[in-house]
Design a protein around this ligand. Structure first.
Ligand code: ZN
Ligand code: ZN
Length: 574
């Protein structure tokens, strides 16, 4: 027998070799029909995989994130099976799940191509295969066997993937006439997939490397019920209408120019006006909350970012250093504003009585995103953060958190984001070794966040082990008018930068102490926020943000002068 612990800590005994489906059946038959995967001691498994040891489990339905993952990944396998049927000799690269659905990167045989016109027949074949109720059968393979299988199939992509895997960790999954190298987990059988839609085709380089072969990426999505697919397609339609790239163009808010460069937004007069109104709104709120404006340059010496650690994070894969006529002198476009603000803090000594200090800047930062990743205003290579850094004493953390939360809530209320969620990222409960900063300070910061969130009456999802190594954080995720979730503001505690920049204040004990730093950006960035605002409002902004708030029409030429006078008054009135 094995002892199975349920999420409510209930423990029951089952025969050794029991699986998720049978555990579900012991609870109710209708539940068992909905189970798509199971978590066993923290790992997601096939719901049909035998459990041979005592385990803590969680059963997943399609509604759960892990459930969707198994569901969509299984659908990717079914799509691959259908594609192999129509395109014998096709080579398959990778087929992961994404936020909404799945894709498979395929290399079609010479002279073959695939287009939207082929979607209906592939979807039909997929449904036919799904209805066969084929099981997903997991087998462990030795590296030699795995390699020889794909050598025979002549699939160089799988061969490359396998050659990088360690022997003893390789598994295959087989369903119907299809076998894939795969870690799983998968559905109990194909028949749970009841509705399928292929969505689009795109080009994708093998392993994201522009120097390697371009493959064909086929996107799709699937559901356990036809109704869910219909709802999703309706949402897609609605999302298309609200696409900020389309509305941004129609309302003349922003544009991009190939000559200026990809991912570098150009704000048009009306967009700039909208953005300025948002900035002024936030500046006013921040002033009331004791923020002081600072202004810093767009570049900094490479050394600055080596000190801050940002060079290690962004250096290799981002914009490369700028050289000067002086040999060895190198500057970087700033990927973050924080290092500059740390140097401002350091420009004079501070006493405990001066804290907290809050430096705010609408600071433009530059990060190199792969061209395939760029998307309207939400993924760009230059963006302006509504950034601020708070330097405070550890005992002031909670109050500062409360104040930042106030600002964020005020923004959400003013801009009509009624639905939002928060997520608190804390340390791994069992292993504290990977975090910088004393245990004592971490405990203070974590309980400060928890208490602040509680005092504000907000419901927060607590994620243990999700904190960055340098501090816990609080994230705000808003739901827009059609229910999509967007990550916006973050409040991040940081013990690392004060250490790296050796920031200090003199305490009441006359000794030197390290301040705590809080990074916060309620909008996230102006680009991202405007994009979300457009998609949320479908471009129907609240009046105070509308670029064109009034139009003055003189009824005859003789009133032109008076019309100008009215226009001047309105323009100078805020
Ligand atoms: Zn797979
Ligand atoms: Zn920062």
């Amino acid at each position: 027998m094995v002892k199975i612990t349920f999420p409510d800590n209930n423990v029951r005994e089952f025969p050794k070799g029991i699986n998720g489906i049978d555990i579900a059946k012991s609870l109710s038959n209708s539940l068992a029909k909905e189970i798509v995967a199971i978590e066993v001691n923290g790992e997601t498994w096939d719901a049909t995989r035998p459990i041979n040891e005592n385990a803590t489990i969680k059963l997943f339905k399609f509604q759960d994130e892990e459930g969707k993952h198994a569901f969509w990944h299984s659908s990717a396998h079914i799509m691959a099976e259908a594609i192999e049927f129509f395109y014998p000799g096709v080579k398959l690269a990778i087929g992961p799940t994404i936020d909404n659905g799945f894709y498979y990167d395929i290399d079609l045989p010479e002279g073959k191509s695939i287009s939207d016109n082929d979607f209906p027949k592939i979807e039909k074949k997929m449904l036919e295969l799904a209805r066969q109720k084929n099981q997903f059968i997991r087998t462990e393979k030795s590296k030699t066997d795995a390699l020889s299988y794909f050598k025979e199939k002549d699939d160089e992509y799988k061969i490359e993937l396998i050659s990088e895997l360690e022997d003893g960790t390789i598994t295959f999954y087989e369903q119907g006439n299809f076998t894939d190298l795969c870690r799983g987990p998968h559905l109990p059988n194909t028949s749970l997939v009841k509705a399928i839609k292929l969505l689009k085709i795109a080009g994708a380089y093998w392993r994201g490397d522009e120097n390697r072969k371009q493959l064909t990426r086929v996107y799709g999505i699937s559901f356990p019920k036809q109704k869910l697919l219909e709802e999703y397609l309706l949402l897609l339609e609605e999302a298309k209408k609200r696409d900020h790239r389309k509305i941004g163009k129609e309302l003349e808010l922003f544009t991009f120019s190939k000559r200026v460069g990809q991912g570098l937004p150009l704000w048009l007069p009306k967009g700039a006006m909208l953005r300025e109104r948002l900035e002024n709104f936030l500046k006013k709120v921040q002033k009331e909350h004791g923020y002081e404006p600072v202004i810093t340059p767009h570049i900094g010496q490479k050394e600055l970012y080596v000190t801050s650690g940002h060079y290690a994070k962004y250096g290799e894969d981002s914009f490369q250093p700028i050289q000067t006529p002086n040999e060895g002198e190198e500057f970087l476009l700033k990927p973050m504003n924080c290092p500059h603000h740390c140097e401002i803090y350091k420009s004079k000594p501070h006493s405990y009585k001066d804290l907290p200090i809050r430096y705010a800047e609408f600071g433009t930062v530059y990060r190199y995103e792969q061209s395939g990743e760029l998307h309207g205003l939400t993924r760009v290579r230059s963006f302006t953060q509504d950034d601020a850094h708070i330097f405070c004493r550890p005992d002031q953390l909670k109050e500062e958190f409360l104040k930042v939360i106030d600002i964020v809530l005020y923004i959400f209320k003013t801009l009509d984001f009624e639905n939002f969620e928060t997520q608190i990222s804390l340390r791994d409960q069992d292993d504290h070794s990977k975090y910088i900063g004393s245990d004592d300070n971490w405990e203070k910061a974590e309980s400060a966040i928890l208490e602040a969130v509680k005092e504000k009456g907000m419901n927060a999802e607590i994620e243990y082990g999700e904190a960055a190594f340098y501090g816990p954080k609080l994230d705000f995720i808003v739901k827009d008018a059609i229910g999509r979730k967007w990550q916006l503001g973050t409040i991040q505690v940081d013990y690392n930068l004060p250490e790296r920049f050796e920031l200090e204040y003199v305490g009441s004990d006359d000794k030197k102490h390290r301040p705590v730093m809080i990074h916060r950006a309620p909008f996230g960035s102006m680009e991202r926020f405007v994009a979300v605002l457009i998609e949320h409002t479908a471009g129907k902004f609240p009046l105070w943000l509308t670029p064109e708030q009034a139009v003055i029409l003189p009824i005859s030429e003789k009133y032109n002068d008076y019309a100008k006078k009215v226009s001047n008054i309105l323009n100078n009135y805020d």
